[in-house]
Design a protein around this ligand. Structure first.
Ligand code: URA
Length: 425
């Protein structure tokens, strides 16, 4: 059946419901190049304002999945479970969680992306390890999952390829922050990846792209419903992203901190969030192992080393912060009221840890160490941030951005729990 793109756009613009056939026609015609970018842009904007009904969203997601390949992980001898984070500052959890969950007996196929803007990408972090290779064929990823149980690699172009086109268009048309468009984008890729179970870490707060608990709840509920209706056991955890996660923000800095946690040490908030996600994931696939024991006895670290080595990396290689260094100190005594995750993320980005355009290179050693947390008492001249960059120009850009990222006050600051709420199963 042939449709008119203009009719589809005006139906949605005026609050109508699209038929399954209309959705299928529009997305397939877009992939085929017979519907123009400006027409799909108009439809995305109409969806941004009018939303999609649950039936429309389910079908929109189905068509996105069907636009590419669907991995079959059913030959693996371990249950499969994955995690997706909506992105936060200092969020290095995948680096620790993937080998940890594997050490507990599951297989975790963590197909990841690179960072854009102020939140870092998992692949960028691992690429600070000499020799490590992000690109694996499906066969290589499957063999590594069977042997080691842990893979972190680039999501291949074959998974939900229409999402690449749609996402690029959303990025330049102000239509990223739409709950049905975000949900279908994330869940189509995770469903196509073939995992049996999925835990969503939905970040909420200053450093997240969802700022309010109500929006986070709506996004989480929508994604959980999509996963569940596609046969993927899905749970969402709403977690706080007001202050950065852990101390380190930046590629090599975050790898070093992840290794500390994998060796049973590291910042308490990183360990707590990793264990909470691991427990939920293991619960979904019926594995009754306490993941804390695998951090503390070194097993998770052994799996990490095997996972890195299998992709050509040297897990024992020394990683160093960038050579140009500056310490920011407290202007006076006080109690830390807030550490602005967004400010720190943007500073790390300007120091060179992130990219403005997807083809830009990133610096391995650039970044920020956050030496204080909300609720800490600090004295005048105490170091609060350490900044690292490859040259003075980047260092100065980072210094200018981070200047107001910590607020000091006189009153005790309430310390927020990291896990706010769980949605699903
Ligand atoms: N991540 C995705 O993969 N898609 C979105 O729409 C937003 C975040």
């Amino acid at each position: 059946m042939t449709f008119s793109a203009v009719d589809i756009i005006t139906t949605k613009r005026d609050g109508g419901e699209l038929t399954d056939e209309a959705i299928e026609w529009m997305l397939n015609a877009y992939v085929a190049g017979s519907v123009a970018d400006e027409q799909v842009s108009a439809l995305l904007m109409a969806i941004f304002f009018q939303g999609l009904t649950p039936r429309e969203l389910a079908h929109w997601t189905d068509v996105m999945i069907a636009s590419g390949e669907r991995l079959d992980l059913s030959s693996l001898s371990r249950p499969t479970v994955d995690k997706h984070s909506t992105g936060g500052v200092g969020d290095k959890i995948s680096l620790i969680l993937t080998p940890l969950v594997a050490a507990c007996g599951a297989a975790m196929p963590q197909l990841s992306g690179r960072g854009l803007g102020h939140t870092g990408g998992t692949l960028d972090k691992l690429e600070s390890i000499p020799g490590w290779r992000a690109q694996l064929s499906n066969e290589e990823a499957l063999a590594q999952l069977e042997e080691i149980g842990a893979v972190i690699c680039a999501a291949g172009p074959g998974l939900a390829p229409v999402d690449r086109k749609l996402y690029a268009l959303r990025d330049v048309t102000g239509t990223v922050e739409s709950i049905p468009l975000i949900s279908s984008s994330i869940m189509s890729k995770k469903i196509a990846e073939g995992t049996q179970a999925l835990v969503l870490d939905v970040k909420v707060g200053r450093g997240a792209f969802i700022k309010t608990i109500e929006r986070a709840r709506e996004l989480a509920t929508t994604m959980v419903a999509l996963g569940t209706s596609h046969g993927v056991a899905t749970v969402a955890q709403l977690t706080s992203m007001n202050q950065p996660l852990g101390v380190a923000v930046g590629n090599a800095l975050e790898v070093l901190e992840s290794v500390d946690v994998l060796r049973g040490a590291g910042p308490e908030d990183v360990r707590e969030l990793t264990l909470s996600l691991a427990r939920t994931m293991l619960g979904l696939v019926g594995i009754d192992v306490d993941p804390a024991t695998k951090l503390d006895d070194g097993t998770a670290y052994e799996v990490y080393c095997a996972m890195i080595a299998a992709q050509g990396g040297d897990p024992g290689a020394d990683l160093f912060p960038a050579a140009h260094h500056h310490v920011v100190t407290a202007p006076h005594d006080g109690i830390v009221q807030s550490v602005d995750a967004l400010g720190v993320g943007v500073a790390a980005w300007r120091l060179g840890a992130g990219r403005a355009r997807k083809e830009d290179p990133v610096s391995a050693g650039a970044g920020v160490k956050c030496l204080v947390r909300e609720g800490d008492y600090v004295v005048a001249h105490q170091p609060i941030f350490e900044l690292y960059a490859d040259d003075e120009e980047h260092l100065e850009r980072g210094m200018a951005t981070i200047a107001n990222a910590v607020t000091l006050g006189e009153h005790p600051a309430p310390v927020e729990p990291i896990l706010i709420e769980r949605i699903g199963a």
